[in-house]
Design a protein around this ligand. Structure first.
Ligand code: AMP
Ligand code: MG
Ligand code: MG
Length: 309
């Protein structure tokens, strides 16, 4: 597309470049060896210098270019002037070239909400499980997740110097998803992916009720959606509060862009307006296919333990 790309395309093109810069920050902090770990609500809820710096860079870069958009980041940070070298000004050209879906062409800045998880999988980052880590920038309009960018800063890190380190995926409902090869688990196999560091009895009971052939326990909400779209897992099952809107907005948009679904454990969608509660209290259930099957397997005892929003 030439001329004047729609606001949404310009925003996603910026978010793509901004997520790559955040990914570079996440790598740089790791290599510095000084993670600056802070416990938020407890030992399983951490923040590092990388979370703080990446969020500053993302929020300052996007709000400079799109001052009227509401941007909600995970980390509670004191207001500070941001250094100029933290600002990313690039826009991914391949995104600007694409045509905006008709229903999004007239969107105004004031109507958009951006949900930012500057580093998803912080616990795993501190433990060296580096491919679990993602940077998530989700875009919502009318309360729905409509576009998202996922940067995986350490993609390929186990292959060593000869492989390109890091990658960025993006997607938009009505347009598709890019930066990865869409694959599915064979329809007759149930592979469930779930948390590795935030488990409890309800979480485990619910995973077992799916009668999985295999269970993959990995960190990060972004990383688990990557498992779904790359044919490693058929369902992401997390029957517990703990995930927040910034964990699910970008992953949900990319999953929906390829025909998948993300809901609470009741099968109800989450809303992403600026005033919603941050916690996804009724859990997360995400699939590429056969969502209804997984909803139907959730035990009553699990539903009673959770509360629909
Ligand atoms: P996990 O699957 O455990 O990696 O969690 C996915 C996302 O939800 C990460 O951003 C976690 O930090 C967050 N999360 C899940 N459960 C909790 C919890 N009990 N406390 C804090 N954060 C959580
Ligand atoms: Mg997170
Ligand atoms: Mg985070």
């Amino acid at each position: 597309m030439s001329g004047n790309p729609a606001l949404l395309m310009r925003l996603v093109a910026s978010a793509y470049s901004v997520a790559e810069k955040a990914g570079a920050i996440v790598r740089k902090v790791l290599h510095s060896g000084e993670l600056g770990i802070v416990e938020k609500t407890g030992a399983n809820d951490l923040q590092t210098l990388a979370d703080r710096l990446a969020q500053k860079s993302i929020c300052a870069s996007l709000s400079r270019r799109f001052p009227k958009i509401t941007i909600i980041g995970e980390e509670d940070l004191p207001f500070e002037e941001v250094q100029e070298d933290m600002i990313e000004k690039g826009q991914a050209e391949e995104i600007l070239q694409k045509s905006c879906p008709e229903e999004y062409r007239a969107i105004k800045e004031e109507e958009l909400v951006v949900w930012v998880d500057p580093l998803d999988g912080t616990k795993e980052y501190t433990e060296g499980l580096l491919d679990n880590v993602t940077v998530l920038i989700g875009i919502a309009y009318g309360g729905r997740a409509i576009a998202g960018v996922i940067n995986q800063p350490f993609y390929n890190y186990q292959l060593g110097a000869e492989a390109a380190l890091g990658r960025t995926m993006w997607g938009m409902v009505g347009l598709g998803a890019f930066g990865f090869q869409l694959q599915e688990v064979p329809a007759d196999r149930r592979v469930v992916t779930t948390t590795r560091s935030h488990s409890n009895k309800t979480v485990t009971d619910c995973v077992n009720a799916m009668e999985p052939h295999e269970v993959i326990r990995v960190g990060g909400a972004g990383n688990k959606i990557i498992q779904l779209i790359e044919g490693k897992a058929s369902a992401y099952v997390f029957a517990s509060p703990g995930c927040k809107k910034w964990d699910t907005c970008a992953p949900e948009a990319i999953l929906h862009a390829v025909g998948g679904k993300l809901t609470d454990m009741f099968g109800n969608p989450y809303g992403y307006n600026a005033d919603v509660k941050h916690m996804n209290s009724a859990g997360v259930l995400a699939t590429l296919r056969n969502h209804d099957y997984y909803v139907s397997r959730v035990p009553q005892s699990v539903l009673q333990a959770l509360k629909s929003e």
